[in-house]
Write a protein that binds this ligand. Structure first.
Ligand SMILES: Nc1ncnc2c1ncn2[C@@H]1O[C@H](COP(=O)(O)OP(=O)(O)OP(=O)(O)O)[C@@H](O)[C@H]1O
Ligand SMILES: [Mg+2]
Length: 360
């Protein structure tokens, strides 16, 4: 899979620009705050329907404008695609692929596959469970629209259950039939979500263990730390487990069990990485997991995703940089850098110099 051109209109600090990409390595270089990451962000939006860093879509619109528009041409083994993303101030976002309006996020997800590497990847190891769930969710939903649909439905029901729990506690009630209705719906979605997650984690564990051992001869292990601690994950068992927790959940007035509490346990050489691994070991583990994410997409879909490397090469030592360069050889990659001493460029590399929201 690769992208060939990106058009930016009133997006971030770009007024109007068109950028053509090589199907191999593209190095986007320039000083700080010129608009390098903005380009990766624009590409990412076509994969996930939203920015990896913006809190609201509105931030994406150029200061002083009332709309932003992005155009992306991309290609997979089968077809060519022209996608448009449009954002109107105080309005809705609008995404079209080959002229067809995309009405649901789950419909967008499996067109363009990307994997973004950034210094924040360290959060996978060091950060909160939410960072690890986002890693799972963005990987699986790129390939399985049904997963995202279940996740959205689950969170809708969870929102309803949470407000009910607050009401019940305020009333001093100990159990409730409406709560059971939500638990039944949640259990049905949880069964599907857990099935996807456990399959994904098994693969990512295999791939990343191999990668980690190639980089550093260390043993990396990734395992599922479920927020639904019952002995089987069929919907009836999950439902009974949720029901058993009614009293406790009303007492706390929040949902204490369920897939919203899922996490990953990451260990290096048998010790939990979050607590015991060195900074370098944590960084390697995060890198291994991200390369594994790309391998997962390739092996499942038969398409290698577009890789977006934001400021990551400068964070890696020569050995890790060498390993990564070797692993991504022949793939399409967009690398941002402030470095003009481009150690990782090859004959196939396209250099794109960005200054103040323009290609020069
Ligand atoms: N909505 C917006 N309208 C106009 N300019 C914006 C908007 N949002 C961000 N910017 C500007 O975009 C620039 C940042 O762009 P970007 O994050 O791509 O920089 P960068 O080249 O990646 O820099 P660094 O090397 O520091 O990471 C900043 O100057 C910021 O003020
Ligand atoms: Mg940047």
């Amino acid at each position: 899979m690769h992208i060939s051109s990106l058009q930016l209109t009133n997006f971030r600090n770009y007024e109007k620009e068109k950028i053509e990409f090589s199907p191999h390595t593209n190095v986007i270089y320039g000083d700080n705050a010129q608009g390098k990451t903005n380009i990766l962000e624009a590409v990412y939006i076509f994969s996930q329907g939203r920015s990896q860093r913006a809190k609201t879509d509105r931030e994406l619109i150029r200061f002083g404008s009332d709309f932003a528009r992005l155009g992306l041409e991309f290609h997979d083994n089968e077809r060519d695609y022209k996608a448009i993303f449009q954002l109107i101030k105080n309005g809705k976002k609008n995404i079209k692929i080959n002229g067809v309006q995309i009405t649901r996020l789950s419909k967008l997800m499996n067109y363009l596959n990307v994997v973004m590497f950034s210094p924040e990847d360290l959060d996978l190891v060091k950060g909160s469970p939410g960072a690890r769930r986002r890693f799972i969710d963005s990987s699986v939903s790129q390939l399985y629209p049904g997963y995202l649909t279940s996740l959205i439905d689950y969170h809708k029901a969870l929102g309803q259950k949470s407000s009910l729990l607050k009401t019940l506690r305020a009333k001093g009630v100990k159990s409730d039939t409406m709560l059971s209705v939500w638990n039944e719906q949640l259990a049905a979605e949880a069964e599907k979500i857990i099935k996807y997650r456990t399959e994904f984690i098994k693969l990512i564990d295999d791939y990343s263990a191999k990668i980690q051992s190639e980089i550093s001869k260390e043993m990396l292990k990734i395992s599922y730390a479920p927020g639904t601690k019952c002995d089987a994950w069929d919907k009836d068992t999950i439902y009974r487990y949720f029901e058993k927790n009614q009293r406790r959940e009303i007492e706390f007035a929040t949902a204490q069990v369920g897939v919203q509490r899922d996490d990953l346990t990451i260990s290096v050489n048998g010790k939990e990485a979050r607590l015991y691994a060195s900074q370098g070991q944590q960084r390697t583990a995060a890198l291994s997991m991200k390369i594994a994410q790309a391998d997962y997409i390739e092996n499942t879909k038969n398409e290698y995703p577009v890789l977006l490397l934001d400021d990551i090469m400068s964070e890696l030592d020569a050995h890790r940089r060498g390993y990564l360069s070797e692993r991504i050889r022949g793939r399409q990659v967009l690398i941002t850098s402030t470095d003009t001493d481009l150690k990782y460029s090859t004959d196939n590399t396209k250099l794109i110099h960005i200054k103040n929201g323009a290609v020069i």
